[in-house]
Design a protein around this ligand. Structure first.
Ligand code: SF4
Ligand code: SF4
Ligand code: SF4
Length: 326
């Protein structure tokens, strides 16, 4: 990624009268940390980066911005939000457009063709966290780690995040500005995680998920980080009626995780953020990808690729499979 082009483009966008804020990535406070950057003028664009450490899906902020309360006596600020997106992030933007969670004229999309990001757990094994600033770059097919001025090349295979090994859309599917040329797509791994669970018999599968959901501490990080979990009135927060109790036990944890998974069926764009932030290391991606695959195979629908599509859960075709309806 040409940083000069990124910052020049971002500065032009941030300076526009119809843009209130540009959301991108910047170096975090220490080590490999990367933080979201909220740029409000051209000068702020100088801190923006795009690197293999820019894992976060910033599309989550599009709906959070809309939820900010308007101070009494003031008019809402209706200027656009500009957003830097990788391929997976752009699918979240597209799905939000499909669901009318946002309108197209509310957002300026800056597309970042993406060669793949690193898995932070694999990175920590290779190179323990440090308080000194460290950065990473793409280096041909591999990654370059720069720490204390020293450069270390690490092969792509050693660090690539699982979601990127399975990624079908590394290039943004929607954009107003595109930063550089599209990346070439790569040969995808088989989704062994989903296949391993599918291969289990029903009893073992239940046992597997019981063990996983039992670890859940109901922190709701998975929900809060998800760009498609943006209902202002979430079923999980309701007290009257209380659909899911707040107690942390296997039964309620399972109800929570299953409710979330089904609310994301045909909507999850496989950005992997829920699994990345889960402090209990629950393999949430396996549930989401299983449902995504079933929706793709059985209904021919893939969320977040066509802004003109009908929302999957709110539409039907006369020839949809319906054997399950009693
Ligand atoms: S899933 Fe695709 S677009 Fe998203 S970070 Fe990985 S390679 Fe990039
Ligand atoms: S992030 Fe993990 S631990 Fe927290 S609520 Fe979600 S599944 Fe449970
Ligand atoms: S459910 Fe997880 S993988 Fe799917 S869109 Fe939400 S955060 Fe991304």
């Amino acid at each position: 990624m040409d940083l000069e082009l990124l910052r020049k483009t971002a500065a032009e966008v941030a300076a526009r009268d119809d843009v209130k804020c540009l959301v991108g990535w910047k170096q975090g406070t220490y080590g490999y940390r990367v933080a979201p950057a909220f740029v409000e003028d051209a000068a702020g664009a100088a801190e923006l980066i795009f690197s293999p450490l820019c894992t976060a899906n910033l599309a989550t902020y599009l709906t959070l911005v809309e939820q900010l309360p308007v101070p009494r006596g003031e008019e809402p600020d209706t200027r656009k939000v500009a957003l830097m997106v990788k391929g997976c992030d752009s699918r979240a933007v597209t799905q939000l457009l499909v669901e009318k969670g946002i309108e197209r004229d509310e957002v300026v999309v800056i597309g970042c063709p993406c060669p793949g990001v690193v898995d932070s757990a694999l990175l920590a094994e290779k190179s323990p966290e440090t308080e000194e600033p460290a950065e990473m770059k793409w280096d041909g097919e591999d990654f370059l780690l720069i720490r204390n001025g020293e450069e270390t090349k690490i092969s792509r295979d050693e660090l690539l995040a699982e979601k990127c090994r399975l990624c079908r859309y590394p290039n943004p599917v929607v954009s107003d500005e595109m930063l550089g040329k599209p990346v070439e797509t790569w040969e995808l791994d088989e989704d062994k995680g989903v296949e391993e669970v599918e291969a289990k018999d029903v009893g073992s599968r239940l046992e597997y998920w019981m063990e996983q959901f039992d670890k859940c501490v109901r922190c709701y990080s998975c929900r809060n980080v998800c760009p498609l979990c943006y209902c202002q009135d979430c079923i999980l927060d309701r007290l009257n009626p209380t659909w899911v109790n707040r107690s942390v036990n296997f039964s309620e944890n399972t109800a929570f995780n299953i409710a979330r998974a089904f609310h994301l069926a045909g909507r999850c764009i496989e950005c992997g953020e829920c699994e990345r932030v889960c402090p209990a290391n629950i393999p949430l991606g396996k549930i989401n990808r299983k449902l995504a695959r079933d929706v793709r195979d059985k209904y021919g629908f893939e969320p977040g690729v066509d802004p003109e599509a009908e929302p999957f859960q709110a539409s039907f075709k006369p020839d949809d499979p319906e054997d399950f309806i009693l």
